[in-house]
Design a binder for this molecule. Structure first.
Ligand code: ADP
Ligand code: MG
Length: 394
């Protein structure tokens, strides 16, 4: 779907309210990763480049659960955003209320006000209409650039759109929608889906949604062992979801019917126990020894994946291939990240841990789209419509 974007609106002289995802990691009041703030800059800079605009920005941060917790104030974000924009960013005294209204009205052309953490109020997550109206009353234009929260119908992402004259998506939202939507509409073959992570239960909807779009589906990570068990292989102490054996079996049957090639691990890197310091051992067999658990995919599996990924016109990847947080078991995920980075086709990575892996390996810039939304990108790939995007289509 193509959403209306900030470029389609005449912003001259307007007060523009922008929902960003500034839910950054903080350690003792210091921002440890400002990726999300940087990701919002194109939209904010564009709005500021338009004649006489006033910018009001809002976001949530952590889970204050309706309490004004000072440690979850957006003040450090205001400071960092100001440094990045090379402009002062004022922090509002609150999220809504007469004081905030005054602060917004006092803004001069080109000035920026960051509201306090919208989740200081429970009305935010409850999508309370009065709260949404209060937010809406601060501006005449609303822009949503918070892809990371687009899967939630909250007051600042959904409710607010009902009470503002004009609404549109920001550039980040547009990019996410174009790339993730492109994956689901894909006609360009060969197309490879790589799905990993811990559990079948959390990924089954993604598998089902991607299966009809791809020519090859790689299933790796912990979830692969439920599939290998269904196929009659020994899985040792590897992660298996007994309740999902039938689901896994049904997926394999649909793949066969649809003529989609499924690649499961052909060999493994195993450990005696699930631990960071466990010794890694390569097992050159599909079967996992009874006293071992599979922690990563092996070299034979990687060789099978490599050719498919390098020749693909498109690749979508969600979920690590192994316990990449432990250095001894990160090789499979690293190698797959390198293949995706090397692929000449359109490449998209989505999912919290997969994105963390790609960033950890320093490969994000070599991939066409690394989604900024964990849960949101997962739901998008499941084929669900996201309330935050739907609300902009009206
Ligand atoms: P994403 O956040 O990218 O959607 P998931 O949350 O589904 O990915 O899965 C990530 C987790 O899966 C990681 O913490 C990783 O350690 C775990 N994992 C990967 N392979 C295995 C395995 N063989 N056994 C146990 N856990 C695994
Ligand atoms: Mg995860």
């Amino acid at each position: 779907m193509a959403v209306r974007t900030v470029k389609d609106l005449d912003l001259k002289g307007k007060s523009v309210l922008v929902r960003c995802d500034f839910n950054v990691p903080l350690k003792e009041g210091v921002i440890t990763d400002d990726t999300r703030i940087k990701a919002a800059l194109p939209t904010l800079e564009y709005i500021l480049s338009q004649p006489d605009t006033k910018l009001i920005v809002m976001s949530h941060l952590g889970r204050p659960k309706g309490e004004k917790k000072p440690e979850l104030s957006l003040a450090p974000v205001a400071k960092r955003l100001g440094e990045l924009l090379k402009k002062e960013v004022k922090i509002a005294s609150d999220v809504i209320g007469p004081e905030v209204k005054k602060e917004a009205e006092a803004l001069k052309a080109g000035e920026i006000l960051l509201l306090e953490n919208v989740r200081y109020y429970n009305e935010e997550t409850k999508n309370d209409p009065e709260f949404a109206k209060e937010l809406a009353s601060l501006a005449s234009v609303y822009i949503n650039d918070a892809f990371g929260t687009a899967h939630r119908a909250h007051a600042s992402t959904e409710g607010v759109t009902k009470y503002v004259a004009q609404t549109a998506a920001g550039f980040l939202m547009e990019k996410e929608d174009n790339f993730l939507g492109g994956v689901l509409k894909n006609e360009d073959k060969p197309f490879v889906a790589i799905v990993g992570g811990a559990k079948v239960s959390s990924k089954i909807s993604v598998l089902e949604s991607l299966l009809p779009k791809c020519t090859t589906m790689v299933i790796g990570g912990g979830m692969a062992y439920t599939f290998l068990k269904v196929k009659g292989f020994e899985v040792g102490k590897s992660l298996v979801e007994e309740d999902y054996l039938d689901t896994a079996k049904a997926l394999l049957a649909s793949a066969e019917k649809a003529g989609v090639e499924i690649i499961l691990p052909l060999d493994h890197v195993v450990a005696a126990e699930f631990s960071e310091t466990a010794k890694a051992e390569v097992i050159d067999d599909v079967n996992v020894p009874a006293d071992k658990l599979a922690m990563d995919i092996g070299p034979k599996t990687l060789a099978a994946i490599k050719g498919k990924v390098l020749n693909a016109k498109g690749v979508v990847w969600n979920g690590p291939m192994g316990v990449f947080e432990f250095d001894n078991f990160a090789k499979g995920t690293l190698a797959v990240a390198e293949y995706v980075a090397e692929c000449k086709g359109v490449t998209v990575v989505g999912g919290g841990d997969s994105v963390a892996a790609v960033n950890k390996f320093g490969l994000a810039s070599k991939i066409d789209h690394v989604s900024t939304g964990g849960g949101a990108s997962l739901e998008y790939l499941e084929g669900k419509s996201l309330p935050g995007i739907v609300a902009l289509e009206k």
